[in-house]
Write a protein that binds this ligand. Structure first.
Ligand SMILES: NC(=O)c1ccc[n+]([C@@H]2O[C@H](COP(=O)([O-])OP(=O)(O)OC[C@H]3O[C@@H](n4cnc5c(N)ncnc54)[C@H](OP(=O)(O)O)[C@@H]3O)[C@@H](O)[C@H]2O)c1
Length: 275
């Protein structure tokens, strides 16, 4: 099986294009992570909000630190405390590491996100994290951020799949040098995506499953992604997308599926007190 390609971020840090999403896995990570490593995964995505950093830390410690790319996130509850350094130290301790490869702000809580970013910049400059980025940002969040920022986020991790292609946001981020990472890339297996006739037909054409066609479209579009699975069969299947290429016409057909349909919260209407 060919392995994940690598994306160079705007600060030259290299990140595997395809990693493993870990929400809502906990103890099962003891089994899943070694299997994912065996299948070629080197990047693992978590958050202090997932309650699983210490499970991940207990299993990742068996791999050479430099062989894995660890992403964690600053949760909303941690943002509300106003002490980002403390939140990061808790994540590092749980993950049994002295640095993160990527630290993301989980949500742009309007009351706290600018102050949180300034603190994340300080942690980056201190070397506790190799790169900093954001999640769930719209263009207007970036516009405000750029008024105070001295570091451009490396990544915007957002819900992105063929039913929600986020084209204007993708174009905006591309102009600013911010890479896109697709979360819920399989729209959590929503039947509207998985049974979509265009995708089903392409699955037959390329002799791949619909999830594989979707994940291939995402990485071939130049985005990183982190599908979650707890099954070895599906973990392997999701990595087995680097041995075929969609034609330009098929790439366009998939992008044309867009319905602006979300399976997760819209950052503009989300209730941050509950996230
Ligand atoms: N930044 C944010 O705000 C944010 C929000 C949501 C998610 N995320 C991150 O993104 C990751 C992925 O997103 P997600 O978990 O929401 O959704 P997802 O990856 O789109 O879908 C996960 C679901 O699809 C199933 N699945 C995976 N591969 C499959 C395959 N090949 N065939 C059939 N079913 C398959 C999984 O079941 P099995 O486990 O049974 O295979 C699971 O139920 C999360 O784990 C998390 O790390 C970030």
């Amino acid at each position: 099986m060919e392995k994940s390609t690598v994306m160079k971020l705007n600060n030259r840090v290299e990140m595997p294009s395809l990693g493993l999403g870990t929400w809502p896995m906990k103890r099962v990570l003891y089994k899943v992570v070694p299997l994912a490593f065996l299948a070629g995964y080197r990047a693992f995505d978590t958050s202090s909000a997932y309650g699983n950093e210490h499970y991940l830390g207990r299993v990742l410690k068996f791999f050479p630190r430099k062989s894995v790319f660890m992403t964690s996130k600053l949760s909303n509850s941690a943002q509300r405390t106003g002490d980002v350094r403390r939140a990061l130290i808790q994540s590092l301790t749980a993950l049994k590491t002295d640095y993160l490869d990527l630290y993301l702000m989980h949500w742009p809580n309007p009351d706290t996100y600018l102050g949180s970013w300034r603190q994340m910049e300080a942690l980056y400059k201190e070397g506790l994290v190799k790169a900093i980025g954001v999640c769930n940002f719209h263009e207007h969040h970036f516009e405000k951020l750029f008024e105070i920022a001295s570091v451009v986020p490396v990544i915007n991790q957002v819900e992105l799949h063929p039913l929600l292609t986020q084209k204007p946001l993708v174009d905006y981020c591309s102009k600013k040098g911010i890479a896109m990472e697709a979360y819920s890339p399989l729209a959590r297996m929503d039947p509207r995506l998985i049974n979509h006739p265009v995708l089903v037909k392409l699955g037959v054409k390329y002799k791949k499953t619909v999830p594989q066609v979707v994940l291939r479209w995402i990485v071939q579009s130049g985005y990183c992604t982190c599908p979650k699975s707890s099954s070895f069969k599906r973990i392997r299947q999701n990595m087995d997308i680097f041995d075929f290429e969609l034609t330009d016409d098929d790439m366009r057909k998939i992008a044309g599926i867009n319905e602006n349909y979300r399976v997760r919260h819209n950052p503009d209407t989300a209730d941050f007190s509950k996230l």
